[in-house]
Every structure is written in structure tokens, then in C-alpha cells.
Write a protein that binds this ligand. Sequence first.
Ligand SMILES: O=C(O)CCC(=O)C(=O)O
Length: 307
Amino acid sequence: MIDLRLRTKISDDGVREIAGRVLGPRDYDLLLTGSGPVRVRMPDNRPLCVYLPGALSGLFTDDVYQILHSIRQFTTSNRGDASGTKRLRRGGPDNPASRTETVPVSSILLGSMDPMGQQRYCRLSSWTGRNLPQWEKLHPPLREIGRLLAAHVPDRHAAQMARVAATRDEWVIPGTPFTTVTVNNTYPTGVHTDKGDLDEGYSTIACLRRGEYTGGQLVFPAYRVAVDLKDGDLILMDAHQWHGNVPIRCACGTERRGACPTCAAERISVVAYFRTKVEQCDSVAAEQAKADALVERRAATAARVLS
Ligand SMILES: O=C(O)CCC(=O)C(=O)O
């Protein structure tokens, strides 16, 4: 394993200014490609990332790929800076929407979700709840990612496992230090830091590639370091450091937001992590009771408004 210690860092204020921006080759000086494993340390010696080329080769079977590929249809407009697009307020000048949205990106949450927005109870994400057999087929690669995290960043893995021990089993992906997974399909994230995951933990990104494309490199702009994840590569990383991707241009020559329907170029990133607030989740039955009570309260309010 090559061990690199970076000497300089651009100030947080300097990087915050470019939050949401899609990066380019001008934003890095060092590009890690698949020649061998590399550990990169920040100037204060904390680990920025561990890049493990080919570590997952063979684990993303056709079956697993088909599942991950099939969920590209699910999009979200609430990834904020990570969408790499501007936030817009829908509605007219007289009735502006209360919250802003971005252009939808192909990104979906799998696994456990803590209370957020209107859904003030813990639950499995809707895709997960409806597709349990497929969800379980994703577990073996996630277990291997957890094992690699333990092997290469043992202190962060141990910190995460301490939170796992304090969390009800039903909310943890069995045999892993993770509760939740984000699957992105073929779009460049804008400069962002991850939110909702454990401060003392570590994030992991696995990559599946199909067809021919250029770009997609994952850049840490404060350190001017980038990683070109190939099919089957894994990066273990501090996702609280600013990061984002370079635009993805497929073999047909178009800049992609979504897999290319013509040449089938596709970049899937699978981000596995521990969601901090999942530790507070009650039993499935108790959380379901909270959900039911919320539905009843809303129905009662709606009935009062109509009467
Ligand atoms: O796809 C990537 O390389 C980065 C994904 C990411 O940063 C995210 O989903 O938050």
C-alpha cells in the first residue's frame, strides 16, 4: 500500500465558495488511477481516503448489477449541493413553494431512514420495503465493504461498530457497520460534504462501470486530489471533507445525467454508511405505530378543514 501524506490544504472558506459546483480537471493536481492501493492522509495525519482498486471485482455479479441498474429510474430533487445543479423555488411569484428543489438526479436511498421531513418515524426506504429479496442480494458485497473498512481503517470501523452495538438489529444491514446506502447513477455530484452520517465513522463508495465514458473522477478540491474509480473499485473516505465529481461524457460524446440510452455508458456509485440518528430508532412495531398515528392525525386535520 502506498502511503501519501498531503502537505497543503485550501482553507474551508475557500472551498465553501465553490459548494454545489461541478468540478473539472483544473481542480486537482494528483489523480489516483487503478495501479494499486493508496492511503492518503491529510496534513494533520488524519486519513482522507483509502483507495482499493479492484477490491470488489467479481462481487458485483450480473444479478447485483441488474438490481442496481434497475433503480436508476428513481430520482430526487433534494440532494442539495450534491446534485450539482442550482436550487430553484417552484411556484409563482404569488405562491412560492416553501422549500427549494434542484434538478432531479438519479439517486436513491436504500436501507434504514431516520425521521425526516413529513415522515417523523424510522422506516426502511420505500424501495427497500417493497423489494426485500433484491435488497438482501446486495448484502454480500456490503459485508465485504464492511470487512475492508475494518481491515484498512480499524479505528473508524470500531467507532462505527460501537454505534451499531447501541442500535436495534433490525435497522443495521446484517453483518456490516452500515445502516443505509445511497445509489447514484451517472451524474457528477457538485462539491458537497455528506450529512446525516456518523462524525466519527467513515464512508465507503463502490463503483460499477459499464460502457465507455470519460470523467466521473471523484475530487477532493481542498487537497487537489482525485480518484478515477473503475469497475469494482472501492474508496473508503472521510465524507465530511468536501468532494464532488467531474462531468461524465459518454462514448457518444454527450455529457451525461443518467446512463446513456445509445451507447449504454453508465457509472453507478454505491455509498454505504451509518446514519447517526438511526441509533434512536425504536422497534419496527413502535415506529409503525408512530407512522399510523401520524396518518390518523393528518386525516383528522383534513376532515376538520373540510367540515
Ligand atoms: O459518485 C461519487 O463518486 C460520489 C458520490 C457522493 O459523493 C455522494 O453520493 O454523496
